[in-house]
Design a protein around this ligand. Structure first.
Ligand code: B16
Ligand code: MG
Length: 215
């Protein structure tokens, strides 16, 4: 079946907000005197805010109550949102704009499938808030990646079946979500060596739309 829609992950695919997530978590971990580094940060890609916090707390000696955990997650989100103010359309990752334009030219539908509750703010800041035919994000879902929910909602909003969709992801959890949802998967960036993906590329500048649609 040919591809009629492409569902893009946001953080790490459209824009490098992943670095700001890292800085927000690092600040929180330092304040709480919890060990955290970039290797642990890799495990946070694509997973929800509260699940990310649980991964960080694995290195803590202290047991936090549920109320305290909610406050920690809010604190990190405030740090992160402060950093997001720096983002402009210039931060759209290489090749993304061309790929989006070419897909539109070919009448291929495009959507966002992101775990982030900050997705609407980010899209607005980079000037792509009216660019997509549909969006599905952390505000729409009960289960975050690797659960397929976010991509299945995006496909439904595009009025397409999973088999007609290609997912573009930079996270192992997102590649798994795409495969489980019955879609084809293009892995980029940090996920480019993930063998579960149908195709991969260093970034969106290193692949043509013909290659993307020929999976
Ligand atoms: P928020 P994506 C994900 O976005 C990030 O990769 C992940 O690191 C983050 O924890 C998650 O969004 C939730 O983000 O705290 O803004 O709701 O890669 O699925 O676009
Ligand atoms: Mg991502």
């Amino acid at each position: 079946m040919s591809i009629k829609g492409v569902i893009f992950d946001l953080d790490g695919v459209i824009v490098s907000t992943d670095e700001y997530h890292y800085q927000g978590w690092q600040r929180l971990a330092d304040e709480e005197r919890i060990y955290f580094d970039r290797e642990i940060n890799e495990r946070l890609r694509g997973v929800s805010r509260m699940e990310s916090l649980e991964i960080i707390l694995e290195k803590s000696d202290r047991v936090y109550s549920q109320d305290e955990k909610i406050k920690l997650a809010e604190r990190k989100n405030n740090y992160y949102r402060e950093l997001l103010k720096k983002i402009t359309p210039d931060d759209i990752l290489p090749g993304v704009r061309n790929v989006l334009e070419e897909l539109k030219r070919r009448s291929i539908k495009i959507a966002i499938g992101s775990s982030s509750k900050n997705s609407p703010t980010i899209l607005e800041r980079i000037g792509l808030d009216t660019c997509f035919d549909a969006t599905s994000d952390g505000n729409d879902i009960k289960n975050s990646k690797p659960d397929p929910e976010v991509f299945l909602i995006a496909a439904k909003r595009l009025s397409l079946s999973p088999e007609e969709c290609l997912v573009v992801e930079d996270a192992g959890a997102g590649v798994e979500a795409g495969i489980t949802s019955g879609m084809r998967v293009l892995a980029v960036g940090s996920a480019k060596d993930d063998k579960r993906a149908h195709i991969s590329a260093k970034d969106m500048d290193s692949i043509t739309v013909d290659e993307m649609l020929d999976v």
